[in-house]
Design a protein. Structure first.
Ligand SMILES: [Zn+2]
Length: 56
């Protein structure tokens, strides 16, 4: 499942492909921004950064 997430640092959208087995694992995953290098959580309960999902 490819997700599109928005970096909280630079605000750019990018794709990520978290390899998770359960949807709840998504809250533990972090992503490093390919543009500014900032690491951020892909998903938190308070503020979802997932913009959308891209299917093959
Ligand atoms: Zn960024």
């Amino acid at each position: 499942m490819v997700l599109i997430v928005k970096c909280p640092g630079c605000g750019k959208n990018q794709k990520t492909n978290p390899r998770i087995t359960r949807p709840s694992d998504l809250t533990k995953k972090t992503k490093r921004c390919v543009y500014c290098g900032r690491s951020f959580k892909i998903h938190s309960n308070n503020n979802s950064r997932i913009v959308g999902s891209a299917k093959k």
